[in-house]
Design a protein around this ligand. Structure first.
Ligand SMILES: [Mg+2]
Length: 161
């Protein structure tokens, strides 16, 4: 089984060209949270990522789908970013993606799923019929070593275009 994202970004989320996505007919973005938008479990967003997010919100419907189950943490992020977050998303389940698609009032092909994990974000987004964008991991000071290894292993499944 190979997981091929529609777009493979060498850098992190802030390197995604929003104009290009707009030109491709994308109207909604569903973002992964930990390691994609913010450093894991930090409830801290870099100035760069925040600037990118604010620009994205001017052009697109934007929401977060996270497998994180910690509602206290998620509430902190909701407050920090004033953003719609579906927690306990169980990606690669399609459920959270479909829920947000309904909220956006868009079709699957008008939505791009952005994340750092092939087996959750990319696989789930593909199963939901959405465009997928694999980004590099944000600096993850709090991430345990096994998780970093797992993340690198997952990349074995990626076949570049
Ligand atoms: Mg992640």
């Amino acid at each position: 089984m190979f997981l091929k994202p529609d777009y493979l970004i060498a850098g992190d989320i802030t390197d995604i060209d929003l104009d290009l996505l707009e030109q491709a007919g994308i109207k909604g973005l569903i973002l992964d949270l930990d390691s994609t938008l913010i450093a894991p479990h930090s409830a801290f967003i870099s100035n760069q990522a925040l600037a990118w997010l604010n620009l994205a919100r001017k052009k697109f419907h934007v929401a977060v789908a996270s497998n994180n189950k910690n509602e206290v943490y998620l509430d902190k992020v909701r407050e920090l970013l004033n953003i719609r977050i579906v927690g306990k998303a169980k990606k690669p389940s399609r459920k959270a993606f479909h829920r947000l698609m309904e909220e956006f009032g868009l079709k699957a092909e008008q939505i791009a799923v952005i994340g750092d994990r092939p087996l959750t974000d990319i696989w789930g987004g593909r199963r939901a019929g959405m465009k997928t964008i694999l980004v590099g991991t944000l600096h993850t000071m709090n991430e345990p070593a096994w998780k970093t290894k797992m993340r690198l292993l997952e990349r074995v499944f990626i076949r570049p275009n």
